[in-house]
Design a protein around this ligand. Structure first.
Ligand SMILES: C[C@](O)(CO)[C@H](O)COP(=O)(O)OP(=O)(O)OC[C@H]1O[C@@H](n2ccc(N)nc2=O)[C@H](O)[C@@H]1O
Ligand SMILES: Nc1ncnc2c1ncn2[C@@H]1O[C@H](COP(=O)(O)OP(=O)(O)OP(=O)(O)O)[C@@H](O)[C@H]1O
Length: 289
């Protein structure tokens, strides 16, 4: 039996770090939303007891380092599954980009295998398992829009943000999330107003949303990689209403209300950057197909 499932990317509308925890992780407060740039996973049940990862992207590991592999392994162990699975990943989301590509693949594998192996687990149960794989996986299990706290695994759902275009641009560098957190200076950050962003979402106030985007991890990534700051400047110059780096970077996104402006920003950026996408937010949905 075969099953196809989409794994959408996320962006961070806000990302605040409250403090470093004794376990080495950082206590965060961030608003995330999924966008319609998605990997596609094909899951095929195998009689032999093994997990196979098939990916034609040289940046995606095809062994136990793959987060989708880890998702399958976790479900097999916890539920005594003796069957195997072949997971084919059609990689569309840029890798090591701050868009949670690996985490979303893991979440899609959890949801897909829950169906394939008829485990009957709820989304909450899958999200709890996902937290064991990575901090962003719980959010990716639900998708939509949410406030994430703890190390990112505590999820409070939010309504869809105001409707707009999201132009994503990824410079040709990959960023290690662990390194960015390690180099964060907690006393030198410009912190976002998470409360104001939540209000903007509930009030469906586009201008207020644009005024309150913020990501403390920019302080690290922008100073290490000046090309990220340059893309931010260019996006604003070409007409984006607001710009921000997503997650630990290096992808930058611009929010744009009007179609004509979106086309201008998209076309101008294509001259500077190989990976540029114009997408929509998925809102408050929970896409599973
Ligand atoms: C930057 C974000 O993507 C924003 O959504 C997340 O905070 C990171 O999520 P992620 O990539 O799923 O992170 P994990 O795979 O759990 O952790 C990678 C590394 O980032 C650091 N890390 C991650 C999350 C967190 N709240 N504090 C941390 O300090 C840890 O050093 C960890 O070893
Ligand atoms: N399914 C996967 N897809 C992409 N990368 C994966 C996957 N599984 C494991 N990885 C590894 O994880 C690393 C980070 O990739 P990923 O695309 O998930 O980063 P990211 O978008 O910055 O994640 P996040 O936003 O959650 O921090 C890659 O360099 C790769 O080695």
């Amino acid at each position: 039996m075969k099953l196809m499932i989409k794994a959408p990317a996320k962006i961070n509308l806000t990302l605040d770090v409250l403090h470093k925890r004794p376990d080495g992780y950082h206590e965060v407060e961030m608003i995330m939303t999924t966008v319609d740039l998605a990997d596609r996973l094909e899951l095929e049940s195998l009689d032999q007891d093994e997990i196979q990862i098939i990916s034609h992207n040289r940046f995606v590991p095809d062994d136990s380092r793959n987060l989708a592999y880890q998702a399958a392994k976790l479900l097999k162990e916890r539920h005594g599954i003796k069957k195997g699975v072949a997971i084919q990943i059609d990689k569309i989301i840029p890798v090591a980009a701050g868009l949670a590509g690996g985490s979303s693949d893991a979440a899609a594998a959890l949801k897909g295998l829950n169906e394939l192996w008829k485990l009957g687990l709820s989304l909450d149960e899958l999200a709890e398992l996902g937290a064991e794989i990575g901090s962003d996986v719980s959010f990716c299990v639900y998708g939509g829009t949410a406030l994430a706290t703890g190390r990112g695994e505590k999820i409070q759902h939010l309504p869809a943000p105001p409707n707009c275009w999201v132009v994503l641009a990824k410079p040709t560098i990959g960023v290690s999330t662990g390194e960015v957190y390690k180099n964060l200076k907690l006393d030198r950050m410009k912190r976002p107003n998470t409360k104001a962003m939540i209000e903007a979402i509930y009030e469906n106030d586009y201008d207020k949303m644009c005024a309150n985007v913020g990501n403390v991890l920019e302080s690290v990534t922008l100073s290490t990689y000046p090309e990220v700051a340059l893309i931010k400047e260019q996006m604003i110059r070409f007409g984006a209403d607001t710009v921000l780096m997503s997650g630990s970077g290096p992808t930058v996104f611009g929010l744009i209300r009007h179609d004509s402006r979106m086309h201008r920003v998209y076309n101008c950026l294509r001259g500077f950057c190989d990976q540029v996408y114009a997408v929509r937010m998925l809102g408050d949905g929970n896409p599973v197909d």
